[in-house]
Design a protein. Sequence first.
Length: 317
Amino acid sequence: MLLLQNFTKCCYNRFKKSGDACMDKKIKEINGYFSKLRESNKMYSHGSNLYKKITDELRNNSNKIKHLIDLFEKYRSWREESEKLYSQSQMDEENAIKQLVSEFNKYKDYIADINGKYLKYSAQSKFESTVLEEFMCLLFMPLIRQKGGEQDYSIGNIRAYSNMYFSPKNFESFKEDPAIKINQKDQDFAIYRNITLTVKDESINISVPVVSMECKTYLDKTMLEGSIATAEKIKMGNPYCLFFIVTETYDVSYDVDPIYSRIDAIFVLRKQKRPRNGRLNPISYEVVYDLYSTVKKHLESDWSNIGEKITNYGRVI
């Protein structure tokens, strides 16, 4: 995390000459806000992206800085309003998620508008796409706390464990050094546990997901094929992991049926194909609630308990 005092004196002096006497105070306020998020271990993938944009544009003395600071205020309000919803113990889950999605739609609309008009950040910058990743953290963190798993489980984007293999140099070296290698896959969002494997004197840290998601603004055929391959690898590492694609819109031919894959579900948040005219439906709270309920059911169900499954249901898998 960069702090104001780490900015170059040259950059800061150039900015001070711009005539905005409030900017020094505002930048310190922004630094303090993101420092608190980091210290409290809150997941903020979009906030981190926004913070980097602010520091980069400030260094460059860019005219985008005013719009980014306006956006910061919207971002902070969105997070605070979203976190408040789950602190209201009298509110049922479905109604809380409905309001959570309402706040999400407002922020998504605002960032799309300001980026389209003034900021012009490309899809490669992940400026807009990380909003969905952070929303997943806001959606699922209360569930993890409710299940008492906050100390043992983590959420957010990870390098997810997929498999382990051995690569000794030769027959002789294998006796002393098993040469363990770990394959990992980047995941946009996961509910996962960090585990340490110890072989002889070597410790290896891995992140094993129980729910893994790829978050996308839209899903096309090429992306789908990549996700199918990733789902196969993730489930090799943990067969009891649910693998989802969560996308705003769908851009795959209806002739392509992904049922043959190991993807457990594809959630299309706006309930529509990718539009060519730019008109987007709002994100549907019914789809978000379905996603939430599916994850909750998975976390509450038995996984590898074969004896009980036979006794209760007469089936193993």
